[in-house]
Design a protein around this ligand. Structure first.
Ligand SMILES: Nc1nc2c(ncn2[C@@H]2O[C@H](COP(=O)(O)OP(=O)(O)OP(=O)(O)O)[C@@H](O)[C@H]2O)c(=O)[nH]1
Ligand SMILES: [Mg+2]
Length: 307
């Protein structure tokens, strides 16, 4: 049908007829609604594994944390950050990852659906592509892993920092609970219901105490990747804290600073040269942000000498 129509259009000397046909269908483009994210805000795209409770059971992920699964999430997220230099920082835990676009970034004219779908599809593609590297003896079968995603705008640095802190606190609370719960089950021989009842109403200090007194586990000595989650960013030379207030500068910035072509090109080169780092640090404290001013300023720092 399309071929016949095209042939007819191509052979028609009557261009007026062609326009009439196009004009008859063209109205559909008005159905496409704008989905623009507010300008001058930090855009956070959070993706989350769909039905990962089932997926983890299917591939026998270790409980509560499977190192291969975490490494795979981090490798896929690192690939996303490397491919999209507009991402200033990313933070991940369990089956979720948050990607932060700098407030001056104008990726895809800040259209939510385009930004979210790009992140979700790039991440999922890498997750599946890299799966065999981390699960050599467990090939993927249907249904394949997939992720959902959403974009949220945060107007100020404090809002953005609070968002990141919220995710890291969530990581800490969940990991402390899961570590204690699975110790009671795997090492203490309790069933799930007994462990759940024992932990009902306990505070962090109680869980630390249970881990230490019953299983000689000092929670502080658990791997950083489990306690803190993973943070990904471009690595430049650290600066001394308090040298200048980057957060204030970022908040005062009302629109992108016009850049000369040479400056733009030099920034682009430095971003490409920088190593994309996966680390497990405290991102709640000021120190993390003060020592890495490029995260909020979007100005690439100095490339460290010994990379
Ligand atoms: N065993 C194991 N499970 C994990 C690991 N990482 C994540 N999970 C599981 O993945 C799930 C993530 O939670 P959710 O995202 O709320 O659950 P979900 O099943 O993915 O549901 P939707 O996101 O709503 O589709 C939890 O059930 C976790 O137990 C891991 O390293 N080991
Ligand atoms: Mg999930």
């Amino acid at each position: 049908m399309i071929i016949v129509l095209n042939l007819w259009l191509a052979s028609s000397a009557n261009t007026k007829g062609k326009w009439q046909i196009q004009g008859r269908f063209e109205y559909v483009k008005h159905f496409e609604q704008v989905d623009i994210l507010l300008p001058n805000t930090w855009v956070v795209v959070r993706i989350d594994g769909r039905g990962f409770t089932k997926l983890c059971a299917k591939y026998n992920f270790e409980k509560p944390n499977d190192r291969r699964a975490l490494d795979l999430m981090n490798a896929a997220a690192k690939a996303v950050v490397t491919e999209l230099p507009d991402i200033t920082i990313a933070y991940g835990v369990s089956d979720e990852y948050s990607f932060v676009f700098h407030k001056t970034c104008n990726l895809f004219e800040r259209r939510s659906s385009k930004i979210v779908s790009t992140i979700v599809s790039t991440f999922t593609a890498y997750y599946i592509f890299l799966w065999p590297t981390y699960f050599q003896d467990q090939p993927l079968s249907l249904p394949l892993p997939s992720f959902d995603g959403r974009a949220v705008c945060y107007p100020s640095v404090q809002n953005l920092r609070d968002y990141m802190s919220w995710r890291q606190v969530d990581c800490h609370i969940n990991n402390l609970y899961n570590t204690t719960f699975w110790s009671l089950v795997q090492l203490g021989g309790m069933d799930a219901k007994e462990a759940e009842n024992l932990l009902k109403g306990t505070l962090a200090a109680d869980k630390n105490e249970i881990l230490f007194s019953k299983f000689q586990i000092n929670y502080n000595n658990e791997p950083e990747i489990l306690k803190k989650g993973s943070v990904i960013y471009r690595d430049y030379e650290l600066v001394e804290p308090d040298s200048h207030d980057v957060a204030k500068e970022a908040d005062e910035l009302a629109e992108p600073v016009p850049q000369s072509k040479t400056q733009h090109e030099s920034d682009r080169k430095r971003r490409t040269k920088a190593r994309v780092l996966v680390d497990h640090l405290d991102i709640i404290k000021d120190d993390f942000w003060q020592r890495r001013p490029w995260l909020l300023s979007n100005k690439p720092g100095k490339i460290p000498k010994q990379t």
